[in-house]
Design a binder for this molecule. Structure first.
Ligand code: SPD
Length: 277
């Protein structure tokens, strides 16, 4: 018998990959949680039927969501990660010498638990209890509403804007992100596919521009996301991607991110420019 796992993207499009074995399938208070071992990508985390990350290609997403904003800020010391329960984003954040503390607030303890058990390469920083990391299981929206003038960089490593991720794509949430950042802080959020999620991206870009003086978008190529083209959106109080000078910054060994991409990832195709104009 052949087992296949499909993420339904639209009524007319699905992404399907052949499964060797289902390692975990359960339900938390918030969502369906599964880890499947696939022929193409190795082990893969699937939440509410949506592909989140896999052993074969997770480096693209996690390096790009962490290193791009952490190098735009000239001296990031205190970082907050909202979501990111698989641990991949914090694994990359703790590698930065300037970073002294990373708070991570993930709503779903089951995601953390299964990631530690089945995805140890990704959840490394959580498994090793990295001393910079302060992991809380809780509501990122509430955490953000309570924070003020605290963080240099905030990383919103959320799932899709349905279910537990929904409230992380709202004007009210971005206002709280602004308040939680220090006067020169910046934030990044994964903002889905510029091809398949255009109304969402138009709305959130408008909201972020309304609140932050600097709004930027960059792209990365992520094989398990629809179309492969994925975008990340930045709201910044002071620093912009064009001003980054990496000459005296830490050199990191990476598989996707590099110094050229620090600027080149912000080069957008015309249809994307038009979308966020
Ligand atoms: N459409 C899929 C977006 C998933 C973003 N979250 C990925 C989590 C990886 N840490």
């Amino acid at each position: 018998m052949q087992l296949w796992c499909t993420e339904n993207e639209t009524e007319y499009l699905g992404l399907t990959t052949r499964v060797k074995e289902t390692l975990f399938a359960g339900k938390s208070e918030f969502q369906d949680v599964a880890v499947v071992d696939t022929y193409q990508f190795g082990r893969m985390l699937v939440l509410d039927g949506v592909f989140q990350t896999s052993i074969a290609e997770e480096f693209v997403y996690h390096e790009m969501i962490a290193h791009i904003p952490l190098f735009i800020h000239p001296n990031p010391k205190k970082v907050l990660v909202i979501g990111g329960g698989d641990g991949g984003a914090v694994r990359e954040v703790v590698r930065h010498d300037t970073v002294e503390k990373v708070e991570m607030v993930e709503i779903d303890g089951l995601v953390v638990e299964v990631s530690k058990k089945y995805l140890p390469q990704i959840s490394k920083a959580m498994l090793e209890n990295n001393p910079k990391l302060d992991l809380k299981i809780g509501d990122g929206i509430g955490h953000m509403a309570a924070a003020e003038n605290e963080y240099d960089v905030i990383i919103v490593d959320c799932s899709d804007p349905i279910g537990p991720g929904e409230g992380l794509f709202t004007h009210a949430f971005y206002q709280n992100v602004y308040k939680a950042l220090k006067p020169d802080g910046l934030f990044v959020q994964q903002t889905e596919s510029p091809f398949y999620h255009q109304p969402l991206i138009q709305r959130l870009s408008k909201d972020i521009k309304d609140i932050f003086p600097i709004h930027e978008m960059y792209l990365a190529h992520i094989p398990i996301y629809p179309g492969g083209m994925h975008c990340f959106t930045i709201g910044s109080k002071k620093y912009a991607s064009k001003d980054v000078d990496l000459s005296n910054r830490q050199k990191l060994e990476t598989k996707y991110y590099n110094e050229e991409l620090q600027k080149a990832a912000f080069a957008l195709p015309n249809f994307v420019k038009e979308l966020i104009k």
